[in-house]
Design a protein around this ligand. Sequence first.
Ligand SMILES: [Zn+2]
Length: 481
Amino acid sequence: MTRYDLVIRGGTVATAADVTTCDIAVCDGRIVALGEDLGPAEEVIDARGMVVTPGGVDAHCHLDQPTSDGSRFADDFASGTISAAFGGTTTVIPFALQMRGQNLRDVVADYHAKAAGKAVIDYGFHLILSDLTRPEIMQELPALIAEGYTSFKVYMTYDDLKLSDRDILDVLDLARREGAMTMIHAENTDCIAWLTERMLREGKTAPLYHALSRPAAVEREATHRACTLAEIVGTTALIVHVSAGEAIEQIRAARARGLRILAETCPQYLFLTIDDLGGPGAQGMKCICSPPPRDKANQELVWRALADNTFDILSSDHAPFSFDDAAGKQRRGPDTPFTHVPNGVPGIETRMPLLFSEGVLKGRIGLSRFVALTSANAARIYGLPRKGSLAVGADADIVIWDPEREVMITNGRLHHRADYTPYEGRMVTGWPAVVLSRGTVVCRDGALLARPGQGRFQARSRPLTPATGGAADGYRGRPRG
Ligand SMILES: [Zn+2]
């Protein structure tokens, strides 16, 4: 009789396909059996009354990324991956950023050096392409794709990152030929620059004006253009961090025309609004990110698009800058104009618990859909066939959720190195009790059991088609009073 390394006993086991109650057996870091009364095993974890999901795949986060303006990301690959793990994420795909003038080989080597010996969970890298001026840069890409860097992000805005439409066409065409995935940050840069100049002339420098300088129309136009560029090339593309109903409509319209446009949103568009940027004094800086949080009506439209399969992925876009820090949000003190406040919010640890509590337990999405959005689809879209699943043969990246645990989110209980969370004081129900990476316990009941360096680089295969996850699979948790 087989003796397993580990059996997880009797949990409510959820994948992107279905929800059942069964045991999961693990050997050598992989799932080897699903069934009833599995055993014997070296270790048994009693998961009765718990929800068991694949570990999260956070496909959009920024760790230890250089900046060109003197600001500094708060998390490196140690603190960032530890924070991710405590929130149920077992794979991260941060960005390897090409600064202008850099060769992609050097970029990739730099990021391997940053991650090695630090990451506690598995990781891959997307490339950020910011400079295609020298022909050798495009020539480097096919070999890098073959080595497992099968996706890249391009920007339509930010002076130090943006590509022209023509460059984006070249990138999309290369992605089509090589079977890679292009992620597009869709905001119209000239509109933002024009609106920003006008606001500065009028002395409007408070955090709120960050949002008013990037209205939904700016995102709608760029989303339309991104879809059009993909259409002209005849390929797929993924629109990242979609924030507003108008952009969502563009994605639906593109799909109705037969285009394979994929879409991502983030917790900040479900849980923050523009009112959070208008807070007293400098407080609004904490919620400056791009695109900015919108109004309540847009928040509701984003929720609906999560439930109806318009969105494929929920990522954190974790971009942590400390608030009380001259290299963070307040680079010029409490009156730092919004144009000098680094863009981004921390959220790598709160991504899954927020959606579990407010999405699954409040009945907005089913448990399978939760798995699709937080894990399974990112694994498929970004070429990680052993992640995002609880099938036999999959890596034993597993989260055991206590679905009744009530937690108040405070920065003190989070593990990132930013000095705030935009979700301070929010109550959620459900939190990861045990998190496993390739069969090894990384976190258990608030204690870190992994050592830095345990995470492995994942060379990714070419993208696969995402699953949708059942919109209604009947799981609602226990009724709450
Ligand atoms: Zn972006």
